[in-house]
Design a protein around this ligand. Structure first.
Ligand code: ADP
Ligand code: ZN
Ligand code: ZN
Length: 663
């Protein structure tokens, strides 16, 4: 029996009932003084524990069909690879309603499941594929067994249509086949769900993401688990869904950092998808216009097949023209250059939409006092409190600590304290001053707190009720805005000088993605040429150069060469041990102790260092990087090392991350 506990063990329980339970069933039992639901992973005749000491299983969840051995193997692999107990992987991956002592909610969901799941949309016809799309679909459906491919298609090249038509063929030839489609953001699921439901009106589509209410989540999970849902759409957590008839996995925007879970079981949904496809011997498609360097490298080495869609799917739609606006020459007023203002004005005059992208929410990232130099620091984190003007608050984006905006400087009493820098709220306010009649809409995490509000906001854009959309990376991904001909990028330069070696790769992907929102339909008669304006102080930077020519392959080639030379992933394998304590020295001391444990040859142990955001929520944090040229060697070492670490019984919080993305 496997239980959701930090103990890395399988527990023996006694079965005294009639019908022998099956592996994969869930059972209610007592653990200590609590009732818990466990997963049966093996049945055996004998136990090392004497019979009279064994506790009995209370009941087996008969109403829930067993999970497959494939699913248990997937969880075991994840537990093993990411160095976590199996119970902490497998149990949290099923809905709460399936693992509580009462079964009322579960029974209700099962009853509901026999009815229908979702309202059906308008049926849609499939368009004629272009040659490149046709080739991609053919390759995917012709694949025999495990076949990983990269669908490398520029923005607007019709990757979704490839997914739809490949899905159609896989579903048609196997009456029970299930297909899993992953997207990076919750707010992209409604659009995709619409496409799939319209194309397959007779099939049940299940959706799985973290924004769902518990009852809804149970229902959709059960639809997947029972095989009723043939199409399963979701964010990263959907990779751990129980799917008894999985025949194809699709990961859209595979490069997206959100596929990496950043707490608890720190898994990569993309990497697990690859593993799952290999285990099931089925094809897996990774889609992107800016693939991760790991994936790109695999296409070079031949491990993945590259399927290219080089052109936009709508014949008359062309990639937008890129313009780098040198802010040393064209000085921004209130964050906006004259070039951008005039480009916006042109779109307003023609009744076209524009999008302004600024990856920083709030009004201003900090407020400061000119007289004494005071700045709005968070007392609990090594970060600034961000000004949220409308809510009259200063708020920490790391620990959520809040203060009312002070009327005067808390240090010297000066009443003239000023916001420094700009966030989306400030740009919104300034835009309204420049264009008092324009319909301006901001979409970011602050404006879309309420459930369903993000979707409602995106719909107003699609309906043409918005002239200028301003937003963070929430607006950059995936959306197919038909009447948008201008993208303005404000202040992207910070990432050029970040310590994080992945910052450049991420910036490039974000800018390519957001650029891809422009010019997705044919240019209208008398309409504007679609354009992207990037306001930068470094127009000569090679990253912007590659961006200007839409040249991902060149960018990737340069990055990979740098990575190889510097000995960075994907040319090396990494793990990161993090520790936090009241004082930095305590965290460092623990890491130092860990680093001095027996380290075999082939493992590179670095020195402990403070994390770049050193203090968070009153904890001081440090990290220790471990590297190896061999993944198996690293895995073997980590396993041993963790056993030793646990015997140190550190009295601080620590965690290990395999294949870390934020270093
Ligand atoms: P991507 O995901 O690659 O950015 P989409 O799948 O959103 O691109 O497709 C962009 C647009 O092209 C959509 O409006 C889609 O309906 C349209 N489209 C896709 N394939 C075709 C095709 N073969 N013929 C005509 N239009 C197409
Ligand atoms: Zn002051
Ligand atoms: Zn804070």
């Amino acid at each position: 029996m496997v239980l959701d506990t930090p103990l890395e063990r399988v527990f023996d329980y006694l079965w005294t009932g009639e019908e022998t339970p099956q592996v994969g069933q869930f059972a209610l039992l007592t653990f200590g003084r609590r009732e818990m639901v466990g997963l049966i992973v093996a049945m055996k005749q004998n136990s090392d524990i004497p019979r009279d000491k064994l506790k009995s299983v209370l009941t087996v969840r008969q109403q829930l069909s067993p999970v497959s051995s494939e699913w248990i193997a997937l969880c075991s692999f994840a537990a093993d690879y990411y160095q976590r107990p199996l119970g902490e992987v497998a149990l949290p991956a099923i809905p709460k309603n399936c693992r509580t002592s009462k079964t009322t909610a579960l029974d209700k969901a099962l009853k509901k499941l026999s009815l229908s799941l979702e309202v059906k949309g308008e049926p849609s016809e499939s368009p004629q594929l272009n040659a490149a799309q046709q080739n991609a679909v053919q390759h995917i459906v012709d694949a025999k067994g495990y076949a990983p491919s990269l669908l490398y298609g520029v923005t607007g090249s019709g990757k979704t249509e490839v997914y739809l038509q490949a899905a159609a063929q896989v579903l048609a030839r196997d009456a029970s086949a299930q297909i899993l489609i992953l997207v990076p953001e919750i707010n992209l699921t409604p659009q995709l769900q619409g496409h799939f439901q319209a194309r397959f009106p007779e099939l049940t589509v299940a959706v799985l993401h973290s924004g769902m209410a518990e009852g809804e989540r149970t229902l959709h999970w059960l639809a997947a688990h029972t095989g009723k849902a043939r199409l399963i759409l979701g964010t990263r957590l959907a990779i751990l869904a129980s799917l008894p008839a999985l025949k194809l996995i699709i990961i859209d925007e595979e490069h997206d950092p959100s596929y990496k879970q950043q707490e608890g079981l720190r898994y990569s949904a993309r990497d697990l998808a690859i593993w799952r496809a290999r285990q099931l011997n089925i094809p897996v498609v990774l889609g992107s216009a800016t693939p991760s360097l790991e994936t790109w490298q695999h296409t070079i080495s031949g491990r993945y097949v590259k399927l290219s869609l080089p052109d936009r799917a709508v014949a008359a739609a062309v990639l937008p023209k890129m313009r780098l606006i040198d802010i040393a020459k064209d000085r921004p007023q209130e964050g906006l250059t004259a070039s951008l203002i005039s480009a916006l004005k042109q779109r307003l005059d023609k009744g076209e939409q524009s999008l302004l992208y600024l990856n920083r929410r709030g009004y201003a990232p900090v407020i400061a006092c000119d007289a004494c130099g005071w700045m709005s620091n968070c007392t609990r984190c090594s970060a600034f409190l961000v000004l949220h003007k409308q809510e009259h608050k200063l708020r920490c984006h790391h620990c959520s600590f809040e203060l009312r905006i002070p009327k005067s400087c808390p240090t010297c009493g000066n009443s003239d304290i000023q916001p420094l820098g700009r966030g989306t709220q400030r740009i919104e306010e300034n835009l309204q001053k420049f264009f008092p009649d324009a319909k301006i809409r901001r979409i970011d995490a602050d404006s879309t707190r309420l459930k369903g509000s993000a979707q409602a906001a995106f719909e107003t854009v699609h309906r043409g009720e918005v002239d200028i959309l301003i937003g963070t990376q929430m607006v950059a991904k995936g959306h197919d805005f038909k009447n948008l001909t201008l993208v303005g990028v404000i202040n992207p330069d910070n990432a050029l000088f970040s310590q994080d070696y992945r910052a450049g790769e991420r910036l490039f992907a974000q800018l390519m993605q957001v650029s891809g929102r422009a010019g997705r339909a044919a240019q209208k008669e008398g309409g504007s040429v679609s354009e992207v304006l990037v306001q930068t102080r470094y127009p000569q930077h090679p990253l912007y150069h590659a961006l200007k020519t839409h040249d991902y392959p060149r960018f990737a080639k340069e990055c990979l060469a740098e990575r190889q030379q510097a000995g960075l992933p994907p040319f090396i394998f990494q793990a990161l041990l993090r520790a936090e304590a009241k004082e930095l020295q305590i965290a460092i001391a623990f890491l130092r102790q860990a680093a001095e444990l027996n380290v075999p040859e082939g493992i590179i142990m670095h020195d402990p260092i403070p994390m770049s955001l050193m203090k968070m929520a009153n904890s001081e944090r440090a990290q220790l990087l471990i590297e190896s040229h061999s993944r198996p060697a690293l895995q073997a070492f980590l396993k041993e090392w963790l056993l030793q670490l646990r015997t140190l019984k550190p009295r601080i919080t620590w965690s290990l991350e395999v294949d870390p993305v934020d270093i």
